[in-house]
Design a protein around this ligand. Sequence first.
Ligand SMILES: *[C@@H]1O[C@H](CO)[C@@H](O)[C@H](O)[C@H]1NC(C)=O
Ligand SMILES: *[C@@H]1O[C@H](CO)[C@@H](O)[C@H](O)[C@H]1NC(C)=O
Ligand SMILES: *[C@@H]1O[C@H](CO)[C@@H](O)[C@H](O)[C@H]1NC(C)=O
Ligand SMILES: *[C@@H]1O[C@H](CO)[C@@H](O)[C@H](O)[C@H]1NC(C)=O
Ligand SMILES: *[C@@H]1O[C@H](CO)[C@@H](O)[C@H](O)[C@H]1NC(C)=O
Ligand SMILES: *[C@@H]1O[C@H](CO)[C@@H](O)[C@H](O)[C@H]1NC(C)=O
Ligand SMILES: *[C@@H]1O[C@H](CO)[C@@H](O)[C@H](O)[C@H]1NC(C)=O
Ligand SMILES: *[C@@H]1O[C@H](CO)[C@@H](O)[C@H](O)[C@H]1NC(C)=O
Ligand SMILES: *[C@@H]1O[C@H](CO)[C@@H](O)[C@H](O)[C@H]1NC(C)=O
Ligand SMILES: *[C@@H]1O[C@H](CO)[C@@H](O)[C@H](O)[C@H]1NC(C)=O
Ligand SMILES: *[C@@H]1O[C@H](CO)[C@@H](O)[C@H](O)[C@H]1NC(C)=O
Ligand SMILES: *[C@@H]1O[C@H](CO)[C@@H](O)[C@H](O)[C@H]1NC(C)=O
Length: 723
Amino acid sequence: MISPRLELALSALKLVLVSQFFRSAVITILAAAQASEYAPVRNVECPATLLRSVQNQTLNAQEQSYITGRETGPIAKAWSDWLGDGQALDYDMTSFKGKLPRIGIALGGGGYRAAQYGAGVLSALDARNSTAKKSGTGGLLQVATYLSASSAGSNNHPGGSWLAGSLILNDWPSIPDLVYGNGGDLPGWMLDLDLIAPDSIDTSDPNNMAFYGDILADVTAKAKSGLDVSATDLWGRMVAYHFLNGTTRSNFYENTSTAHGAGQLWSHVPFLPSYQNFSMPFPIVVTNSQPVGTNVTTVAPLGAVVYEITPFEFGSWDPNLSTMIPTQFSGTRLTGGYPTNNTACVTGFDQASFIMGTSASMFNVLLDGSSDNINDFNSENGDQTGMSYLLQQLSGDAPTRALNVANWPNSFQNLTPSAFGDAASEWLDLIDGGSNGENVPLGNLFVKARELDVVVAIDAGADNATNSWPNGTSPLTASERISSILSTSHQQFPPIPSSPADFISTGVNQRPTFFGCDPAQNPPEYPLVIYLPNSPPLDGDAPATNAPTFQFSYSSLFTAVFLNQAFANTLGGFVPNTTDADPNFGKCLQCAAIDRARYKASPTPSRSDVCTTCFSQYCYSPSNPPSVSELPGRDYNFTDPDPDAYNKVVEFLKTHVGVLVGGILGLLALIGVIIGFIFWWRRRRERKATYSRVDELRDDDEPWRHYDTNSGIYEMPKLSLDS
Ligand SMILES: *[C@@H]1O[C@H](CO)[C@@H](O)[C@H](O)[C@H]1NC(C)=O
Ligand SMILES: *[C@@H]1O[C@H](CO)[C@@H](O)[C@H](O)[C@H]1NC(C)=O
Ligand SMILES: *[C@@H]1O[C@H](CO)[C@@H](O)[C@H](O)[C@H]1NC(C)=O
Ligand SMILES: *[C@@H]1O[C@H](CO)[C@@H](O)[C@H](O)[C@H]1NC(C)=O
Ligand SMILES: *[C@@H]1O[C@H](CO)[C@@H](O)[C@H](O)[C@H]1NC(C)=O
Ligand SMILES: *[C@@H]1O[C@H](CO)[C@@H](O)[C@H](O)[C@H]1NC(C)=O
Ligand SMILES: *[C@@H]1O[C@H](CO)[C@@H](O)[C@H](O)[C@H]1NC(C)=O
Ligand SMILES: *[C@@H]1O[C@H](CO)[C@@H](O)[C@H](O)[C@H]1NC(C)=O
Ligand SMILES: *[C@@H]1O[C@H](CO)[C@@H](O)[C@H](O)[C@H]1NC(C)=O
Ligand SMILES: *[C@@H]1O[C@H](CO)[C@@H](O)[C@H](O)[C@H]1NC(C)=O
Ligand SMILES: *[C@@H]1O[C@H](CO)[C@@H](O)[C@H](O)[C@H]1NC(C)=O
Ligand SMILES: *[C@@H]1O[C@H](CO)[C@@H](O)[C@H](O)[C@H]1NC(C)=O
């Protein structure tokens, strides 16, 4: 219970903060937008042909040549690094004659949670991680041909092409280097600096104001070039500070020395060294659309076109569109395939940050048609105030056709024959890649032309609203979309439980599960799907991986605990009816990855005994479904492993204020304490900022961590400002 006195005190404090905020907002002069590397270039010469039909299922020639290069080069070697001669699985690798399965990995969304879950899982699949390699799971990443990524829009959940974009644009480093920093050119994700209010909860402090000014300058520069902007542009720019190359702790608030990722283009990925030597899987980012003229405020309709963005093309494989434009020229408006004249093309629209923002743009849900109703953002840590401020400024500086979607000029206007719902519109309203419920971008890996044999689904969706665990909605939506509207263009989806309730009762949403192990035909009618849902620690430990979607800052300790849990679960599989890790899961994962090779060989070798045992444990069989009761002793309740000091102080004050203060004296004291706290909090951030790696944090460096997890009692930190 919050006492009336406290309420009064808090509103007084709010008043102080708000008036300070507006004063500072008023004196912050937004310099007129100048050239920014974020601004696209207009009136560029157009190539002779801009659109490509994919109706007949042909891959883009450069995509084809990349995957051929990757499969005949690094992947061929990676299979033998991973499985050797096959003996451990009771196979003879030479009998497959080099015809090995084509694998794609799909990274689902869900904000910082999904980015960290994906990071922990990919670490566990990465042969460069010696622990993962030893356990047998490390190696799958190296044999993957594709990596598709999007975000989660169902239930208002922003998120997660951020991990993929970060890995790719930073030239494919190892996960720990990417996330924690490597002491060299990689500064780490710096998730302890809040996404929206990075310097402090006081959004009007000079550093926060510099941050907002910089972002607004970029976005208004784009608007000045004549292209409508929106909340998505702001969002993408904020994301860039953490996930793209160019920002460090020391230049975070600087505007002069770095573009903070502006100017990094998706179409420039092919110039990266790790692309040139075929080290990375071929990346695809997925985004949804809102049929123009409708307002999607909850789940997008199944028929709404799903778009993809590769380094080469932007467009859709959905039969209603089946058309692509070069990513380099995305942002160019075409009618019937043609620009207004041959110098009417746009380049530089494909900013990596804008694409990461588009794929995570859930503002159609958050802003809900009105101007700045962003109540889903945290109101206590500056997120809500910061976002409101940015939106207000943007509305003033750069009025736009739609603030709550990603505005993409329509390159597909008036195509004939027109099955395309947005054919009459000058713009496309692009929204979060998970808006239709398909949080994990599986569909684009089922495109027939891509010929995938195995699809790995990494699902950190927050389907369960109280506990942020997935419940199968994502694969169910993918399956439904494929069977209803994509049956001519996409491979079939393998059998899965028929509803979220069945995912839950069978437990297949809470441990690794293989779907489609036993196709009826050869060649198989569907790929094998390896489902890796976010789930609690096997041993019953309190989970940290189901943190709320709207948590936009994580301490280094929290991130480390998070990644380690996701890593351990991916190594551990499960053992039915126990809380044990499965020492054979590495082998079982290898069995799943290689199984489709049998169908390519003639005669078809039978499945080995080792793999048959694995499959009986991990494969979902519709005729003999498993039960959630085989997963005993799990703790599903989220526990913050590093309770946020700020929230703890608020919590403490809420519960203890009655005994501490009385009347006006108490109110003054309370304001004093909170202001003191803000000083201390900033100091804490500064101190933390001096540690770039979590393993350099020592207990005595964290005097603020006096929270006793057993008793739940919080000791006030010392507020002395002299140390
Ligand atoms: C498929 O379409 C492309 C582009 O329209 C064309 O170049 C190609 O010849 C077609 N392929 C087949 C097999 O029809
Ligand atoms: C493997 O990955 C985990 C999780 O990211 C990390 O904690 C660990 O340090 C890595 N191990 C090695 C040897 O790189
Ligand atoms: C990061 O950006 C700098 C300058 O923009 C570039 O020189 C460097 O190669 C980039 N590093 C990586 C790992 O992409
Ligand atoms: C940041 O730099 C841009 C381009 O140089 C400039 O237009 C903008 O005013 C600057 N922003 C701030 C807050 O100084
Ligand atoms: C590919 O290039 C990257 C970046 O230069 C390098 O780190 C990596 O070792 C190279 N990989 C191979 C297999 O040559
Ligand atoms: C070509 O079209 C663009 C965009 O509509 C316009 O800005 C430009 O003036 C046109 N150029 C010529 C030469 O007509
Ligand atoms: C969508 O929202 C806009 C802005 O609030 C409103 O003008 C428009 O009428 C709405 N359209 C529909 C179809 O509801
Ligand atoms: C897609 O095409 C189908 C059949 O041509 C049509 O029924 C449907 O309305 C179209 N959907 C959209 C969003 O245009
Ligand atoms: C599953 O998740 C969806 C949201 O993605 C939710 O609407 C639905 O109620 C959940 N179903 C069950 C049975 O938990
Ligand atoms: C969410 O998960 C909790 C704990 O597992 C469960 O008790 C609850 O029923 C779930 N809620 C929904 C809507 O499925
Ligand atoms: C797990 O326990 C249940 C109930 O005791 C039993 O029916 C089932 O066979 C066990 N599963 C395995 C794989 O041992
Ligand atoms: C999880 O939370 C529920 C509801 O608050 C509670 O009933 C249950 O005992 C908790 N479980 C654990 C393992 O703490």
